[in-house]
Design a protein around this ligand. Structure first.
Ligand SMILES: Nc1ncnc2c1ncn2[C@@H]1O[C@H](COP(=O)(O)OP(=O)(O)O)[C@@H](O)[C@H]1O
Ligand SMILES: [Mg+2]
Length: 393
């Protein structure tokens, strides 16, 4: 059961007390909506920081995640002791990303926020407050009210994000990052989480749709077995071009874009985009990041009718650049698994608001992405919304 507002505020009081002795002392804390795995607060500072910032973002991890108190996370402590926790992996990535410069494409700059303080005893991170931003998932929906998000702007944002991801994957794959790859391969808890909510779950969803299941079960089971073996192998695979450090939770909720209410008159000028929430960063396949973002944006188009999500999706793929067919098919498989797992990302106790046909269609489309990807059916993909994955120039 999710914590109520009063319980979240009680945690805020604890955090305020902790920070009161630091330069990050706050006059007040607001619980930010959108936090599903952690407690995220915006704190108003007693004294502005030397750079003039008047507020901070506080990320605080308890032994359970914020959305569900029965779901225990590995918070075994830490750099303080010898076993790193999930927040330590996030801390490591945020620190190293300070040396990965912002990637600028078509006037959009993409980077990660700076980590300003961390306390491994209390599981608290303080991040720069990225004011004037909104997570891309909310931004796409909010724009339906303001209608300022043009197609060229979506294309620019998508391309910038794809270009950033290619740069990030290239950077983490470089020979000089071998120690970082080795360290991040230790994020086994989050690797299990990621498997559990994707390849470990999609078959049970498809089974609920017997027509789709009966037709495709053999391939779906093979895909699951392949992924299970892949996730179980925790050795570094230095000769495999796809394996490197991945963000691990690369979806529109973890990308901050300009708030549409502020960019009304700045469409040609671009803006700042940020990639946040590095807790699931792990050693994995590049296709996990690519496929998750594609599956997520497709989901927004499918369930919310957001054409803008499809523009971003296609530009994101083109910004990432040419993929080998092997990578493209594997990305499509991952996108399909992600789309199907929409079914388990929703609150299991809430009634469906979507029409049964729309739900069944999503499961069928996700299954097609997987099965046609597994069969390497280029002709099928050429007539699909994922044709962009196979463009060679
Ligand atoms: N540095 C930041 N600046 C501004 N808002 C942020 C920042 N970090 C997080 N947020 C807000 O908090 C939400 C949840 O943050 P996130 O790091 O994704 O945590 P969770 O693990 O709960 O998903 C984001 O969608 C965004 O609205
Ligand atoms: Mg998040």
């Amino acid at each position: 059961m999710a914590l109520n507002q009063t319980e979240k505020e009680a945690i805020g009081v604890e955090v305020t007390a902790e920070l009161s002795k630091t330069t990050y002392a706050c006059t007040s804390l607001t619980v930010l909506s959108g936090g599903t795995a952690n407690f995220i607060f915006r704190g108003t500072l007693v004294m502005p920081l030397p750079d003039g910032s008047q507020s901070i973002i506080i990320k605080h991890l308890k032994e359970y995640v914020a959305a569900n108190r029965n779901f225990k996370l590995d918070v075994s402590r830490s750099v303080c002791f010898s076993i790193p926790s999930t927040l330590d992996f996030e801390e490591m990535m945020l620190n190293v990303m300070d040396s990965f410069p912002a990637v600028i494409t078509d006037n959009f700059s993409v980077r990660t926020p700076h980590l300003q303080y961390s306390n491994c005893n209390t599981n608290t991170h303080i991040l720069e407050d990225l004011v004037g931003t909104m997570d891309m998932k909310t931004m796409l929906v909010t724009d339906t009210k303001y209608d300022v998000l043009t197609q060229p702007m979506c294309i620019a944002i998508g391309r910038a994000l794809g270009h950033w991801l290619r740069g990030f994957h290239n950077w983490t794959s470089a020979p000089g990052q071998v120690d970082l790859r080795d360290y991040m391969s230790g994020n086994k808890a989050m690797r299990e989480v990621r498997y559990g909510i994707s390849y470990g779950a999609f078959i049970d969803v498809v089974r609920k749709f017997p027509e789709i299941w009966e037709e495709n079960r053999e391939v779906l089971e093979r895909v699951k077995n392949m992924a299970a073996a892949e996730y179980a192998n925790t050795n570094l695979q230095e000769t495999e071009e796809s394996w490197t450090i991945v963000h691990g939770d690369f979806w529109s909720g973890n990308v901050l874009t300009p708030d549409p209410t502020t960019f009304q008159n700045q469409q040609s000028e671009g803006g700042n985009v940020f990639v946040i929430d590095w807790e699931l960063a792990q050693y994995g396949r590049k296709e996990y990041d690519l496929g998750q973002m594609i599956g997520d944006l497709y989901e927004r188009k499918h369930f919310e009718g957001l054409g803008s999500a499809l523009w971003i999706l296609q530009a994101f793929v083109s910004g990432y650049g040419v993929l080998s067919d092997k990578m493209a098919f594997r990305t499509a498989i991952h996108a399909g698994v992600h789309l199907i797992c929409w079914y388990i990302r929703r609150d299991p106790n809430a009634p469906f608001t979507e029409a049964p046909e729309q739900i069944q269609d999503a499961i069928r489309i996700g299954t097609d992405f997987i099965v046609k990807g597994w069969m390497r059916d280029l002709t099928w993909f050429e007539g699909s919304p994922l044709a962009c994955l196979f463009k060679h120039g």
